[in-house]
Design a protein. Sequence first.
Length: 74
Amino acid sequence: MKLKSFIVTFLSLVLTTVVLFLIGHLFSIPWLMFHHEYIDNANGFIISTGSFVPLIIGLVVSFFAEKIYVYKYR
């Protein structure tokens, strides 16, 4: 059961996050888009990333998916 629970949790996290990032890029929603930037102009060294909102939503969805799976399994 632990392996199946992990698979359900992990797949729900990955699928939710990927779908939200795709929606963000398709409809140009900035808080759902992933943007990566790296600049090293002679050691100026700037790093920038994108939104973590899809990842946070994915974590919440995976938490509830695991709880529902464990409840239905018992």
